[in-house]
Design a protein around this ligand. Sequence first.
Ligand code: NAG
Ligand code: NAG
Ligand code: NAG
Ligand code: NAG
Length: 357
Amino acid sequence: MNKKSLFFAAIFLGLISCCNDNQTQITIKGKINCVCNQGYYGPVGQQCQQCPQGSTSGSPDQHSNQSIGFCSTCQKNYFMSKANYIPVGRFLQSESPAICNPCPSGSGNSSGSDSLGDQTQCNTCQPNYFMTAVVSQTQAAQCSPCPHNSGNQGINNAGDQSQCNQCQDNTYMTALAQQGQSAQCSPCPPNSYSSAPNSLGFCTCFDPFAIPLSSTQNSCICQSGYAGNVATTKGQNGCYQCANNQFVSGNKCVSCADGSTVNKDLTGCTCNDTSDGTIAWNSNTNICQCKPNYYGSPDKASQGSSGSCKLCPQGLISKAGSKTADQCQKPPPDSQYQFSLIISNSILISFIFIIFY
Ligand SMILES: *[C@@H]1O[C@H](CO)[C@@H](O)[C@H](O)[C@H]1NC(C)=O
Ligand SMILES: *[C@@H]1O[C@H](CO)[C@@H](O)[C@H](O)[C@H]1NC(C)=O
Ligand SMILES: *[C@@H]1O[C@H](CO)[C@@H](O)[C@H](O)[C@H]1NC(C)=O
Ligand SMILES: *[C@@H]1O[C@H](CO)[C@@H](O)[C@H](O)[C@H]1NC(C)=O
């Protein structure tokens, strides 16, 4: 069979199955029936309803006429305060469900009660509680919440806080549990998850290209050389590598200026010609050009070359970034005048100084 016919076969099978979400198809005496799933009840051929609070029904079986009386046991962490008995043979069906009450303050019953009783059916502690006293003749097990975000998978025997020897979801362990003391757990930083809840360690960032979390790194950020923003859910990609000869500025990729080459760490560039006269590359300008009083085209220089910027002839000056010899010019007379004014002033001040002393 090819893919296409498999596809149509699947549709065909879907069409002949009458069962909806909360039902399972079962063949009873050669006849196909849709029977309610565990936790649901309802007569055959009708929609299935959820069993009322805390009660539950058995897994789908040969009995297609499932009245509410099929909700005859309790879910886990409930005790049964009123039973409903389905008489032998299950032909006569009870019209009421079992009445189930939640186990008190963190206590539980991990199998789910199937018989009439009281809170003494609650003889365990639910996950993330520790047990201070076992179940008694009259009382459920005594359970207290685990402190400092610590937790466990549920407890069957009396003990102390050290029964809380794991970390709850989205926290990481900073100290192990020890006698009388629970584990110490801290919340994972944003955009990370707890990857090892049972041992000392750190959370893991969702983003595979984030800097790993550690005692000195307590937030998820992209590794150096990666642009973008860290992934905010598992499986998503946030940080990415830039294209050839680009550097990372902020969280964006920027092409290195003409005549420059990206550095190994991808956080900046270096002008191809670093000889005298070239202004060293910096991220604010991202340009390769000549210093004042030089002229030339370091933006056209190949890597390792030198002398792209030539000094202006003596007595002539140029602005930064000048490219041609004719940009070297005589200093404006104005500035010469100011210069002489400064000189004459300082001579005058020196004179006054000498006269005074
Ligand atoms: C299945 O059960 C859920 C409640 O558990 C209910 O919301 C939903 O409507 C039911 N689906 C059908 C098809 O009866
Ligand atoms: C199915 O169960 C209901 C409720 O107990 C009952 O009234 C009805 O007669 C039963 N139907 C069949 C076909 O057994
Ligand atoms: C749960 O309740 C039943 C009674 O239905 C009891 O026998 C059992 O010991 C209880 N505890 C556990 C952990 O199953
Ligand atoms: C600068 O050097 C890089 C790396 O060798 C080269 O790719 C680029 O073309 C050079 N720039 C110029 C203008 O030659």
